[in-house]
Design a protein. Structure first.
Ligand code: ADP
Ligand code: MG
Length: 341
């Protein structure tokens, strides 16, 4: 979820050393801070040059600030909130290029997933207490839920390029929380590549993108967590080079009411938090935005439907399923090449 960014603190530590004494040493430098109500962690491989690091840190926080200022539901002055509160949404509403890019990608994933992913689900998210509206302490009233469900739907949104704009056929309230983090990771990655950083890892709230290799020549290694509530436990490790990975799971962000667990991922068909035995879905893709949105889409679809679609489309997906006794793991053929021994 996207909340106002706090003042960004930059923590710089040297985490690894490599290279021989005749060349400038390459090191991994870590830059991190709070963003969108979560944290970002960035590893950049650089030779020893602290000046460049300062430029990088401020460049990164400028990018993240501008995405937050555009796509946050928590900020009343964001581009997103201005559209959500527009007097007449049936009029074309001009949007920035990044905002348009995210809307277009969201719509594509909605079609691809037959509506499992849907950014118009915002009013229902809020009703269950996961948005900027106050968190209710009970399950929503059925008629209110039905009412909100009737009015939503990605097909009620229209996009137009040149000039980039959006409009809605009926009143909508958009929520970009399931795609904007991924977009932000890609934007930071593009910036790093542009200024000549050849190897990096960018992570925001569990959505990751890597490029190049570590100073010791190894691929970046990323852990897929086991979906246990309290402690951090690794299910598998993947090795990636120039790829993105995102996970959607019900084990970190949920609330309990009368002993029942409610996920923050909503099935737009029923208007209810997803309730199946899929504990987490991890997707590897070319862009983090796509991986992020697909992970949520597959999570909504449930294992059977999601697996069939992912296999058919050759998408790399790793499913963790709550079995009777323990977790079961399934992955698509496209995923296997990323698994380390
Ligand atoms: P996860 O990584 O667990 O999927 P995200 O933060 O990426 O978590 O996305 C979850 C958020 O997306 C929810 O808090 C809600 O704001 C929004 N959301 C919930 N259900 C859907 C859906 N079906 N389609 C698109 N966005 C959704
Ligand atoms: Mg996500």
């Amino acid at each position: 979820m996207i909340r106002p960014a706090l003042v960004v603190t930059v923590l710089v530590i040297v985490t690894a050393l490599a290279g021989c004494s005749f060349e400038p040493e390459e090191k991994i430098w870590e830059i991190s801070g709070p963003v969108f109500g979560t944290q970002y962690h960035i590893d950049v491989v650089l030779t020893d040059d602290p000046d460049q690091l300062e430029t990088l840190s401020s460049g990164i926080s400028d990018i993240l600030d501008s995405i937050d200022a555009s796509m946050s539901t928590w900020r009343p002055d964001s581009e997103l909130s201005r559209f959500n509160n527009a007097d007449d949404q049936s009029q074309w509403f001009p949007v920035s290029e990044p905002f348009y890019e995210v809307l277009a990608a969201a719509q594509e994933i909605s079609e691809f997933s037959q509506g499992a992913f849907d950014i118009t689900v915002g009013p229902v998210v809020n009703l269950w207490g996961f948005g900027p509206e106050a968190r209710p302490n009970q399950v929503p009233e059925p008629s209110l839920l039905e009412n909100r469900l009737q009015s939503i739907g990605y097909e009620k949104l229209e996009l137009r390029s040149d000039p980039d704009s959006v409009r809605a056929l009926s009143r909508q309230y958009l929520d970009l929380s399931a795609i904007a983090k991924g977009y932000a990771v890609d934007a930071v990655a593009a910036y790093l590549s542009e200024i000549g950083v050849e190897a990096y890892l960018v992570e925001i709230g569990g959505e990751v993108r890597v490029h190049g290799r570590k100073p010791n020549g190894e691929a970046w290694r990323l852990a897929i967590e086991s979906p246990v509530d309290q402690k951090r436990q690794i299910s598998r490790v993947v090795a990636l080079e120039s790829r993105a990975m995102a996970t959607s799971g019900d084990y970190r962000n949920y609330y309990e009411s009368a002993g029942k667990r409610y996920s923050h991922t909503i099935n737009p068909e029923t208007g209810r938090p997803i309730e199946h035995n899929l504990a987490s879905v991890t997707v590897i893709a070319d862009t983090t935005m796509r991986a992020d949105a697909l992970a949520t889409a597959f999570n909504v679809m449930g294992y059977e439907r999601a697996n069939a679609l992912a296999v058919r489309e050759n998408i790399a997906v790793y499913f963790i399923i709550r079995g009777e006794q323990e977790f079961e793991v399934h992955y698509t053929p496209a995923f296997s090449s990323y698994l380390t021994k």
